[in-house]
Design a protein around this ligand. Structure first.
Ligand code: NAP
Length: 292
């Protein structure tokens, strides 16, 4: 296979996803706002460019993995961005976690130029990205989802078409409201277990077998007990996702009392300087002094 793909956004998630496309045999062009982040992929065989227009010039498929709505607007909607510069019939697969309204805005701009846009955020973190175990939740037209299938298969283990543009972004925010709430609950569990003098490993073992056990219990509880918050998923990204979730709930006029509370905690942790740490560092915010 030698289909050419342009990949935009080589952060913690984008870099391993792009690496998997290379390994699967795609010809890869890469661009990242901070150009130095392209170097490891160039060493593996990708071609790097300074401009988005050059990066997407020869491809009929673009994958992006960017921080948020703002980054997506700059990369997709600017005059020198993807939608203005891509050839008609280019397939654009945006894996960033964005708001549904941003996904629909980009999809509408794309449709006006006969460009095929999918909102395709992922669940799974860096480990799942490396191991091709991501789950893609996709909004857009089913023909385009089908056309994107070889790329999804090269980067993940499951793809689910959720509905029209914005549906992928919507379920992703719901997913992250749940995982953000679970992170905040784990932080409180950890604080009380420590205050009660429980043995951390015994608590991890037992909670990992209880009814609330999950991948988060297994991965985040040990980080909290150890006070080790090397970022897998930055706390500021979770804060952003909860902010988008609250906006969505407000637009839909749905009460979301828990999510409001959890977002306040994440936001306060960001304001306290923990935004660049892992989301599990919300523990350091509710139990100050354990980590700085
Ligand atoms: P990250 O390491 O911070 O990477 C963010 C990427 O966005 C970088 O390539 C960054 O470029 C780029 N970017 C930021 N602002 C930009 C702008 N204004 N213009 C152009 N590019 C910009 O974050 P990540 O962990 O890879 O997350 C990427 C996306 O995946 C986010 O939407 C996140 O919510 C989502 N996600 C993350 C995880 C996870 O576990 N990490 C899991 C699922 C989904 P620079 O290198 O120049 O800063």
């Amino acid at each position: 296979m030698n289909q050419s793909v342009a990949f935009l956004g080589l952060g913690a998630m984008g870099a391993p996803m792009a690496g998997n496309l290379l390994e699967a045999g795609f010809e890869l062009q890469v661009w990242n706002r901070t150009a130095s982040r392209c170097a490891p992929l160039v060493a593996q065989g990708a071609r790097a460019f300074d401009q988005i227009a050059q990066t997407i010039g020869q491809t009929d498929c673009v994958v992006s993995m960017l921080a948020d709505d703002r980054a997506t607007a700059e990369v997709m909607l600017a005059p020198n961005g993807v939608i203005a510069q891509a050839q008609p019939r280019t397939l654009v697969i945006d894996c960033s976690t964005n708001s549904p309204s941003m996904a629909r805005e980009v999809a509408a701009a794309a449709r006006a130029r006969n460009i095929f846009y999918l909102d395709a955020p992922v669940s799974g973190s860096i480990g799942q990205a490396r191991a091709r175990e991501l789950v893609f939740m996709v909004g857009g037209e089913s023909d385009h989802v089908q056309a994107a299938e070889p790329l999804f298969r090269a980067m993940g283990r499951l793809t689910r078409h959720m509905g029209p543009s914005g549906a992928g972004a919507t379920i992703k925010l719901i997913n992250n409201m749940l995982s953000g709430t679970m992170n905040a609950a784990l932080a409180e569990a950890c604080a009380v277990a420590l205050a009660a003098g429980l043995d951390p490993q015994a608590a991890i073992d037992v909670l990992g077998e209880g009814a609330a056990a999950s991948r988060l219990t297994r991965t985040k509880l040990p980080k909290m007990f150890a006070g080790e918050f090397e970022p897998q998923f930055q706390l500021r990204l979770m804060d952003k996702d909860l902010q988008y979730f609250l906006t969505l709930a407000q637009q839909l006029d749905q009460p979301v009392a828990l999510a409001s509370l959890v977002r306040s905690q994440m936001q306060a942790a960001c304001l306290a300087g923990l935004g660049g740490r892992d989301v599990s560092a919300v523990f350091a915010h509710i139990r100050p002094g354990v980590y700085r």
